[in-house]
Ligand binder design. Structure first.
Ligand code: PLP
Length: 447
């Protein structure tokens, strides 16, 4: 046992000495050393077991260590680890065909990238080439990736290091109804307000200059914001009216997370481009891409598509996607996401009724957020936007983790998004930990 602990200590020491960790000041970090991961669990170097209640970065939809996917990777590595993007080969054709088959009906072709940010970078270029226009609209409560273009699409503060931004990138406000500045009678009224306001903004920016509107179909990192009734249809209509490309960023919301292959399926709307990554290969190997409508694909029959990457359509990435898509089908993970997701929804509603620190719960499939407040009536957030000097959220996450519930947060919102393979019983067991920790938060806000 001593040896295992020494081993963990050495790994942590080297990690702090040599790794730069994302989105953090490096001093004072204390990363957990992880030695094993299986299914919905992972273990640290002390042998402690955790429920992976965020599926890592909401990407491990099929859970850890899936045999079928591991074997597909081994097999492809043996057969042909790499072939350049100019060539056709079995798994690249098959992965694209399988993706188009599960995408909305109007979709035609796929351009593969390495991950989500690159998918959005290429979607920006495709929209500009297709329309001949340059302005790009996206929302404030959004995260679209950390590379330069994707960071400029991003609305939240992770965009700031990439500023001054790219000219022509315009932000608009999200339909975040829980904190809407004016009370709306219902979702339809809210939709009318947000769509009318956006239409006016497009007119003021010049519709002949606007190439694309990007949105996370269901906003993920920024707190699980689900579009109100008619909203996506409203965006579609604006895009049709002004010849603007509608881009759904499904990097996080796609691949069964919401109970459908793509979140947009819930609202029966056909976007022009869908960007994806995460759940396409569930992290076994990085892969992302842009799914392009047949209409846009046809445009590139005559016009050069100025996009390319050494690793576009990487054989091992594509083999992984083929196996992962088969796992989704064989294990009926869309269905499980819906079924266990409805249990999750009930549990979250109970937590909201029971705990005075829970202001709002939002959920769709196995994609959910718990919004913590100091006071349910005033909705004052437990910590202000972008600022938690007392490390209150970190402390709450630490308590969850010490009870074996691993996840992350954004501002005052806890993310709950377990692998789609989770059973009802496992979910209930994990959510009891959440219930206990929320008791503690209730006490904390009472004093
Ligand atoms: N888009 C969305 C909606 C995301 O959630 C993320 C990552 O969290 C990205 C894009 C960026 O993807 P990646 O980190 O694979 O570049």
């Amino acid at each position: 046992e001593t040896t295992i602990i020494d081993y963990g200590t050495k790994i942590k020491k080297d990690s702090l000495a040599y790794n730069l960790h994302s989105w953090s000041a490096q001093g004072g970090l204390n990363p957990k050393v992880i030695t094993k991961a299986e299914g919905i669990y992972f273990w640290d170097a002390d042998g402690k077991k955790y429920f992976d209640m965020s599926s890592q970065l909401v990407n491990m939809n099929i859970g850890h260590g899936h045999r079928k996917v591991v074997d597909a990777i081994k097999e492809q590595a043996e057969k042909m680890a790499f072939m350049g993007p100019a060539y056709a080969f079995d798994v690249k054709s098959e992965a694209a065909r399988k993706i188009v088959e599960v995408a909305p009906d109007n979709m035609g072709k796929v351009f593969f990238t390495n991950a989500g940010a690159e998918a959005n970078e290429n979607a920006i270029k495709i929209a500009r080439m297709f329309t001949g226009k340059y302005k790009i609209f996206s929302r404030y409560r959004s995260y679209h990736g950390a590379s330069y273009g994707a960071a400029n699409l991003t609305g939240e503060k992770r965009r700031f290091p990439s500023e001054p931004g790219i000219p022509g990138f315009v932000k608009f406000f999200d339909p975040y109804l829980y904190r809407a500045p004016i009370p709306f009678k219902d979702e339809k009224e809210a939709t009318k307000y947000y769509i009318t306001q956006l239409r006016e903004q497009i007119i003021f920016e010049g519709p002949d200059k606007v190439a694309a509107i990007f949105l996370e179909t269901v906003t993920g990192s920024n707190g699980i914001i689900i579009p109100p009734e008619g909203y996506l249809k409203g965006i579609r209509d604006l895009c049709d009216e002004f010849n603007i490309v509608m881009v759904c960023d499904e990097v996080m919301a796609g691949w069964g997370r919401t109970g459908e292959w793509f979140a947009v399926n819930h609202w029966d709307v056909n976007p022009d481009l869908i960007t994806f990554a995460k759940g396409a290969t569930c992290g076994y190997i990085p892969l992302g891409g842009v799914i392009v409508s047949s209409k846009i694909a046809d445009f590139f029959d005559e016009n050069t598509m100025w996009c390319g990457l050494t690793y576009s359509g990487h054989p091992i990435g594509c083999a992984t996607a083929v196996a992962t898509i088969e796992v989704y089908k064989e294990e009926k993970l869309m269905e499980n996401s819906k079924k266990v997701g409805s249990v999750l929804g009930k549990i979250l509603e109970t937590l909201k009724t029971k705990h005075k620190c829970v202001g709002d719960v939002r959920y769709i499939g196995l994609f959910s957020g718990i919004e913590l407040v100091k006071d349910k009536t005033t909705k004052e957030p437990l910590v202000p936007h972008g600022n938690d000097p007392e490390k209150i959220m970190k402390n709450i996450l630490g308590m969850l983790s010490s009870e074996g519930f691993a996840t992350y947060s954004h501002d005052n919102i806890l993310i709950v998004a377990p692998p789609l393979t989770i059973t009802e019983d496992e979910l209930k067991e994990a959510m009891e930990i959440m219930d206990k920790v929320l008791d503690y938060v209730d006490n904390m806000i009472s004093v």
